[in-house]
Ligand binder design. Structure first.
Ligand code: LRH
Ligand code: MN
Length: 396
């Protein structure tokens, strides 16, 4: 790599930050079971502590996303405790994720439920989540709705659409000056006939209908296998409606596997669209990069460090594409040249320059190895094993 390339990677690493999910540190499973890890985090403090380890070793994960009913069930009353953990473990509270999918009342939906009282209850939960975010100076309120149906004819799809428009507008009106709503789409699961916010177009429409402080969140696992995710990203960039990402990987559906474990070139192509947009427009889009994974088999902290490492590598590779040459090759329809410029960047080993950057920051060259040497895992395993083996009950 020549020095201009090294400089470009260093500049990219200076700005790249990725948010950790609190639920990625907890014992999670599938409907077929949950494999308890003695070291898993069960308390909010333990989640902050584990996230603090990942940030300490990588230097690029300064915030942790919170899921309201899992992390701050008493709402704003938990704010003081959360701020104390944020100070103690040097991790800021990140995006606030309401839980609109686990309460019995939400069997037939939340914002889309035919029962007016239940819709209002769901809106109040989002308003409470916005208030928590305001208390914690956290910018993003990240909305995912499990709403949908399992059988044809059982849901009034157009009426539910209108309820979503109205309720999102009501929520948007509560946002503080610095806050924004991120609307996440998902084609299916847990609903298996229709999902009310099933794709990027529906999320885009609803974000626009809600107000100027609403944008679209792209969860990489929420697409049909044959969908071109980077094209969706390019469109949302062009519309200035790309609010953020939930990164993970999948072989089949919303598998929530570790980023880059199945198709690293997919995430590279996404970062490349963003890097090309920045080069062409001179703008730095305000995008919230976040991880959304559930580590059912891998050690949770190791899986998180592995994910952050791979995300950093793919982000660095994406800025290595020679955009001048690419724009010229695209214009002259030189297909092989255009594609080769991406393949050359993707094939570039950026690990040495990332180690150099970490050195320059006083960070360990190999965060995973540093974690294994730290003794942190042995300590928390001893501290937490007792409680974890008891908790063979709820999902999270
Ligand atoms: C839904 C989802 C959503 C979260 C949840 C943990 O599949 O991606 O972002 O609320 O996972
Ligand atoms: Mn998600």
């Amino acid at each position: 790599m020549d020095s201009p390339q090294t400089d470009r990677v260093f500049r990219a690493l200076e700005s790249f930050r990725i948010e950790l999910p609190s639920w990625g540190f907890a014992n999670t499973g599938t409907r077929f079971g949950k494999f308890i890890q003695p070291a898993a985090a069960t308390t909010l403090e333990e989640k902050f502590s584990d996230a603090g380890q990942v940030h300490l070793l990588t230097g690029i994960c300064p915030s942790m996303a919170l899921h309201v009913l899992w992390d701050c069930p008493e709402g704003v009353k938990n704010a003081g405790e959360i701020k104390a953990y944020a100070r103690r473990y040097n991790i800021q509270p990140g995006s606030i994720n309401p839980n609109l999918f686990q309460d019995q009342e939400y069997k037939y939906g939340s914002f889309g439920n035919p029962n007016k009282e239940i819709r209002e209850r769901a809106v109040r939960h989002v308003q409470d989540s916005i208030a928590i975010g305001m208390c914690l100076n956290s910018r993003n309120v990240s909305l995912w709705f499990a709403d949908g149906s399992n059988y044809p004819g059982t849901a009034h799809i157009r009426r539910r659409k209108r309820w979503f428009e109205d309720n999102l507008k009501t929520a948007h009106a509560d946002l503080g000056p610095e806050q924004q709503l991120l609307i996440e789409y998902k084609p299916f699961e847990p609903a298996f006939y229709h999902t009310d916010i099933a794709d990027w177009g529906m999320a885009l429409h609803l974000a626009r209908a809600a107000g100027p402080k609403a944008k679209v969140l792209v969860d990489t696992g929420h697409h049909y296998a044959s969908q071109n995710i980077e094209q969706i990203v390019a469109w949302l960039l062009a519309e200035d409606m790309l609010g953020g990402f939930h990164f993970n990987d999948r072989r089949y559906a919303d598998d929530d596997l570790t980023l880059g474990s199945i198709d690293p070139y997919q995430v590279f192509r996404i970062f490349r669209e963003i890097s090309f947009f920045e080069w062409e427009t001179g703008q730095t889009p305000d995008i919230a990069y976040m991880i959304d994974q559930s580590h059912n088999l891998k050690g949770k902290i190791e899986a998180m460090i592995q994910t952050v490492n791979v995300a950093q590598q793919l982000y660095a590779k994406a800025v290595l594409v020679n955009n001048e040459a690419l724009a010229a090759a695209q214009q002259s329809c030189d297909l092989v040249k255009s594609e080769s410029l991406l393949q050359d960047a993707f094939a570039t080993d950026v690990r040495p320059v990332i180690r150099e950057w970490r050195n320059s920051k006083g960070l360990p060259e190999d965060p995973l190895d540093a974690f294994r040497q730290s003794g942190y895992l042995a300590r928390i395993s001893a501290e937490r094993a007792g409680r974890n083996c008891e908790s063979l009950t709820s999902y999270v």
